[in-house]
Design a protein around this ligand. Structure first.
Ligand code: TYM
Length: 354
């Protein structure tokens, strides 16, 4: 039994401002993973068309996500940073996956239901097929590990289903090529060309909630800007938003058990823990029994400490779009070479003449 070579892949959409949820749920993990892994981080501009076709500031949005990656500490020389549209192999593999995936699987996607809203007939076909392109993003590199926030969990399960079905349907064609390896899925031995991707969702803030309502996800699309901390917010904005964040009247508990049924408290403790690289239990050991009037100023100080340098570096990078474009072009070239290798193998497995 062998294993796929570990490779980390993740993507962020260039739509709206990046917020603390994107940072703690995804980008901060991207940075940590690059120490010991080969990593590919992608600005998924093709995905950005699924909910809204025309974007006035598409190029700026792509550069701004790239700037956030770099400002947070991702090294684009050791790893790969690029935008999806530079590597057409993503869309090509997505087409094949559209033919692998079943309509019934797509119909279960909760994010499609949320994003399509009431008038589903008017949603784009791209929005429906979104998870298939996402599976292709990952599998066109045969990536094994995907750091994401909890909201992407269902999409990654679908990516596993697609990989599994491809492996099974093409099993007899994969074997003679020598391109597959024997893996175990549960107890089941499978001869696989595509790996079963592992989501990396753990951490104290897999789902950062709105500062105004601890039961709603912090999101780019929330009409209230007070609900989220944007990576481009300055010190005053961060401070104001945390001061105004909804809380309950009780003191913080000393143990995580005491956060149950207190979504706002749970959220702020999770944010503190993630920003400080601690567990929620560590944070409560320090702040248990304290009122929010004590905890909030400490959280403001920590958030500003972590976010201000990223904010400053993003602004500096955004003044030099040519540099950002060069990073993306270089990453795109290296990504394309790897993706084309996979596509040639996939074409051979399927039996396309080339
Ligand atoms: P996107 O652009 O909506 O979000 C980027 C990342 O941020 C995470 N995230 C959060 N994490 C914690 N709390 C929150 N409130 C929060 N909001 C967002 C998301 O989970 C995500 O990790 N479909 C993806 C992009 C994508 C992708 C991929 C990801 C396309 N292809 C391949 C991984 C692998 C998305 O829309 O993320």
């Amino acid at each position: 039994m062998t294993e796929f070579k570990p490779l980390v892949f993740s993507g962020v959409q260039p739509t709206g401002n990046l917020h603390l949820g994107n940072y703690l749920g995804a980008i901060r993990k991207f940075v940590a993973l690059q120490e010991n892994n080969d990593c590919i981080y992608c600005v998924v501009d093709l995905h950005a068309l699924t909910a809204q076709l025309v974007h006035e500031d598409m190029a700026t949005q792509i550069r701004s996500i790239t700037a956030a990656f770099l400002a947070a500490g991702i090294d684009p020389k050791k790893h790969i940073v690029f935008n999806q549209s530079q590597v057409p192999q993503h869309a090509e593999l997505a087409w094949i996956f559209n033919c692998v995936a079943r309509i019934g699987w797509m119909n279960r996607m909760t994010q499609f239901k949320d994003k399509a809203g009431k008038d589903r007939e008017q949603a784009s076909l791209g929005l429906y097929a979104y998870p298939s392109l996402m599976a292709a993003d990952i599998l066109v590199y045969r990536a094994t590990h995907v750091p994401v926030g909890e909201d992407q969990k269902q999409h990654l399960e679908l990516a596993r289903d697609i990989a599994m079905k491809f492996n099974m349907d093409f099993a007899d064609k994969i074997r003679p090529t020598g391109l597959g390896i024997d893996i175990k899925v549960g107890d089941e031995p499978v001869h696989a060309y595509f790996p079963m991707v592992e989501p990396l969702i753990d951490g104290p803030a897999p789902r950062v909630m709105s500062l105004k309502d601890g039961t709603k996800k912090m999101s780019k699309s929330d009409p209230s800007d007070l609900s989220r901390i944007n990576l481009m917010d300055d010190q005053d904005a961060i401070s104001k938003k945390i001061r105004k964040a909804k809380t309950d009247p009780d003191a913080l508990p000393s143990e995580t058990e005491g956060l149950k049924g207190r979504p706002e408290a749970d959220n702020l403790v999770g944010i503190f823990a993630a920003l400080a690289d601690k567990s929620k239990a560590d944070v409560l050991a320090e702040f248990g029994g304290q009122q929010f009037s004590v905890f909030k100023p400490a959280l403001i100080e920590l958030a500003v400490d972590v976010l201000a340098p990223i904010n400053a570096e993003m602004r500096r990078l955004m003044e030099d779009p040519a540099h950002i474009d060069a990073v993306l072009r270089d990453g795109g070239e290296r990504a394309r070479a790897r993706a084309e290798k996979t596509m040639n193998e996939v074409r051979d497995i399927i039996g396309f003449v080339r």
